[in-house]
Design a protein around this ligand. Sequence first.
Ligand SMILES: [Zn+2]
Length: 121
Amino acid sequence: MENIAKIEQPFGQSPPRVHCPVCGNKIIVEGDIVPCDHLLYFFITACGEFIYQRDDVKVHIENVYDEDGDIEDISGTILKKLKKPSALALEITYGGMACGPIWDTDYVGFDFEVIDPEPEE
Ligand SMILES: [Zn+2]
């Protein structure tokens, strides 16, 4: 079973401000990636690259592009290879105006297996 959530933002809304669903960490702060222990990967289509890959993900993805230059099924490929029922993949599509309307999709993965220790009082 693949845990992939596909979300489409209304046209014109800013790119998604993704927070970790496990610990609430804000993933991108002032343009820099701030990965928590749950973040598996973050692929931004507009950049055409992963801005983050945890080490155990890195070994599975060599090339996200097929021979036509299209992006392959990133979420499905990673989830299939990781074999982690605790992984959740988000595919967030957002659109805005450039020279014309442009739609992009960001791919983000989280691992619910990593549990934070209870905070000490
Ligand atoms: Zn987290």
